[in-house]
Design a protein around this ligand. Structure first.
Ligand code: G5P
Length: 224
């Protein structure tokens, strides 16, 4: 079997991490583990971590580091036979250091999207508070306006996704992410991509990964 491949994708809320991760997973056969999706599954399943995380997610705040590492590291241990792409974790230096002590990364993809673009994407974001399900009124609207597809309950907009709070939140992201980005740059594994459109970033991500992942890897991974 070819060497396992470990990658992380970093980027602010709305930067396209999820969109790019899905393409990577389907083309290169990496398992996609999204911390946001995993938290939402835990909220739905009413686990201890889910109960702890819910209040933070509702406020649009970061879930504390100890909750995140206790949730994510055991999940990664279950994936030791797979190549993976982590989306949304680590978000802080403490999380990056915890990940560092658990495994070596091959590549870190960092999305650098202009503030105006993020503001435009996020101001259309609505959330189902009980489950954490996220909708975007332009790109993935609910079937019926204003209500959750699964439960029919009303959707809300994060106080933090409202225009007045957005800029402060995105600046806060930048402050928290900077030491994480610096750490990976110092390790020589950081690859930064800047543009306003995911479709224009994608060819560069794709060619980076094509150069790093052996051609037989995706098939071998899908077979495991
Ligand atoms: P999540 O789930 O990690 P966010 O807020 O970081 O949530 P989000 O919104 O899921 O990130 P994304 O994955 O970066 O954004 O981007 P995406 O979903 O692909 O794209 C965003 C929208 O823009 C989509 O509707 C997409 O269709 C559209 N889009 C993409 N590309 C383009 C484009 O080129 N053009 C246009 N026009 N549109 C485009 O985390 C949720 C919460 O969980 C907690 C936090 O509370 C967080 O707020 N959390 C953590 N807390 C602490 N530590 C961690 N590690 C945590 N991880 C999660």
């Amino acid at each position: 079997m070819s060497k396992l491949f470990r990658a992380v994708i970093l980027g602010p809320p709305g930067s396209g991490k999820g969109t790019i991760s899905e393409r990577v997973a389907s083309i290169f056969g990496l398992q996609h583990l999204s911390s946001g999706d995993f938290l939402r599954q835990n909220i739905t399943a009413n686990t201890e971590a889910g109960i702890l995380a819910k209040a933070y997610i509702e406020k649009g705040a970061l879930v504390p580091d100890h909750v995140m590492t206790r949730l994510m590291l055991p999940r990664l241990e279950e994936m030791t036979r797979h190549s993976w792409l982590l989306d949304g974790f680590p978000r802080t230096l403490a999380q990056a250091e915890a990940l560092n002590s658990a495994c070596d990364l091959d590549v870190v993809i960092s999305l650098n999207i202009p503030l105006e673009t993020l503001k435009e994407r996020l101001r259309h974001r609505w959330i189902h508070p009980a489950s954490g399900r996220v909708y975007n009124m332009c790109f993935n609207p609910p079937r019926v306006q204003g209500v959750d597809d699964i439960t029919g309950e009303p959707l809300i907009q994060h106080e933090d996704d409202k225009p007045e709070a957005l800029v402060a939140r995105l600046r806060h992201y930048k402050d928290v992410a900077k030491p994480v980005i610096d750490l990976y740059r110092a390790k020589g594994i950081l690859h930064m991509f800047s543009d306003t459109e995911t479709d224009r970033i994608w060819p560069y991500v794709s060619s980076l990964l094509s150069a790093k992942i052996p051609t037989d890897h995706a098939d071998a991974q899908r077979a495991t």
